[in-house]
Design a protein around this ligand. Structure first.
Ligand SMILES: Cc1ncc(COP(=O)(O)O)c(C=O)c1O
Length: 445
């Protein structure tokens, strides 16, 4: 039986009605990439307010790797809700906070003592990681990458690369933020070819430290091990190790932003594990608490202890309900099945997408690791001109046929996979059939 079951056209009448109310009551700034209002969800399936059942390849932007309404998450969070909902760790601490810190300290790469504290969102984790790095180094500058995304608060937005819609009109930005090219080989900023380039984008940092900012003024380099919003760009295997070498040479802390890559998306708990690179600070959020708001900042104990007592935290950071959910998520991650599933999804995706570049003139690049795959659409393969309208058209055709997808990329021309990792094979295959059908139609072949 088909997983997708449509009772109305998409969006249905109730979704359309709610959308009209939404337009009157909510500003246009918070985008809705689909016009479908959700009623309930479980695993990798969504039921909308019109009773339509859809397959979810978006996972609320990668927040439900263990699946919507995961049984263990619901049970743990419900039990905690009944015990106490909020205590504020700064006022009356609770054991679950310390235990999750202990678990993350053990799981985050690095054979040295670590400490962890919690916030609510990815952006907050970014802000806190930079605060800690500045306190520990006594330096001010932070280097981020082209096409990187780190959130929407002032400093996180300043670190984010994409101008529209994230930054335009929102300046002045936080000072002492610098930006260098990422190893986005399909669109190399230096117009070089891998592997002949020798990953020159990292070597260029030495020159950067002469032209733009002194290495000894840089507190941290913040890097996504695989670009998220930037388009699921998987850098060559040398990129992170070389970056680690350069940062270590100059006493610069390396912050791995694993907000989107972490908690199983790439087939490992953290994406840096693929490279063997050990960051000084690692931040996570999104799927960590199975859909509840929680983020973590983990790092070398001496770095994390640099900020004085009272300098870090917030009212809701490490909320006990989110922490209970996170323990339930981590139990499942540690059991290994979720990570195996990410790799299984990756195999199915890569086999399915293997012929797409040859078959469809608009498919410029297909890339990925684990269950984090992207299809980059171009107007012409020779020019690589980004095909944004075509990308939006594929996504629209998909949701109209019962598959929720989201796009990515500085040019909005990338489709990415963020399905819950518990998706069943038959749901994945049905979703891919819808996806490829939409791609074929938009490609006109
Ligand atoms: C890599 C990365 N960092 C930071 C953020 C910001 O997270 P949040 O939206 O929870 O503030 C995101 C969100 O997509 C992200 O992908």
């Amino acid at each position: 039986m088909s997983a997708i079951q449509l009772k109305t056209e998409i969006p249905g009448p109730r979704s359309r009605e709610l959308f009209a109310r939404r337009e009157a009551a909510v500003p246009r700034g918070p985008i809705n990439v689909t016009p479908i209002f959700v009623q309930e969800a479980s695993g990798a399936l969504l039921i909308d307010v019109d009773g339509n059942r859809l397959i979810d390849f978006a996972g609320g932007i990668g927040c439900v790797n263990v699946g919507h309404a995961n049984d263990a998450v619901v049970e743990a969070a419900s039990a905690q809700l009944e015990r106490f909902t909020h205590g504020c760790f700064h006022v009356t601490p609770y054991e679950s906070y310390v235990r999750l810190a202990e678990r993350l300290n053990a799981l985050v790469p690095g054979d040295f003592p670590k400490k962890t504290f919690f916030a609510n969102s990815g952006a907050e984790a970014v802000e806190n990681a930079v605060k800690v790095a500045r306190a520990a180094t006594g330096r001010e500058a932070v280097l981020a990458f082209e096409d990187g995304f780190h959130g929407r608060t002032l400093l996180a937005m300043s670190l984010t690369s994409k101008v529209h819609p994230y930054k335009a009109g929102f300046g002045p930005f936080a000072p002492e933020v610098y930006r260098a090219p990422y190893a986005y080989c399909y669109r190399c900023s230096y117009h070089l070819e891998y592997p002949a380039c020798g990953v020159a984008c990292v070597d260029a940092l030495e020159d950067y430290f002469k032209r733009y900012v002194a290495a000894e003024d840089v507190a941290a380099v913040i890097v996504e091990p695989v670009l998220g919003e930037g388009g699921f760009v998987v850098p060559p295997k040398e990129f992170l190790p070389k970056l680690r070498e350069v940062t270590a040479r100059h006493g610069i802390l390396l912050i791995a932003d694993e907000v989107q890559t972490g908690f199983g998306r790439t087939g490992k708990l953290f994406a840096v594990e693929h490279s063997g690179v050990v960051p000084d600070i690692l931040i996570a959020a999104k799927s960590m608490a199975g859909g509840l708001p929680l983020s973590s900042i983990t790092g070398r104990a001496e770095v994390m202890d640099a900020a004085e007592v009272g300098a870090l935290g917030g009212t809701f950071g490490g909320n006990p309900v989110s922490l209970a959910a996170a323990h339930a998520v981590l139990d499942q991650m540690e059991a290994g099945t979720i990570l195996d599933q990410a790799n299984r999804i990756g195999r199915i995706l890569s086999e399915r997408a293997a012929g797409w570049k040859a078959r469809y003139p608009i498919v410029g690049d297909v890339r990925g690791v684990g269950a984090m795959w992207a299809v980059e659409l171009v107007k012409e393969k020779s020019t690589r001109a980004p095909a944004k309208n075509e990308t939006t058209a594929v996504s629209k055709k998909c949701y109209e046929r019962g598959l929720v997808t989201i796009t990515a990329g500085t040019y909005g021309n990338i489709l990415r996979t963020l399905m819950p990792l518990v998706i069943r094979d038959e749901e994945l295959i049905e979703g891919l059939d819808v996806f490829e059908g939409a791609l074929r139609e938009v490609a006109g072949v």
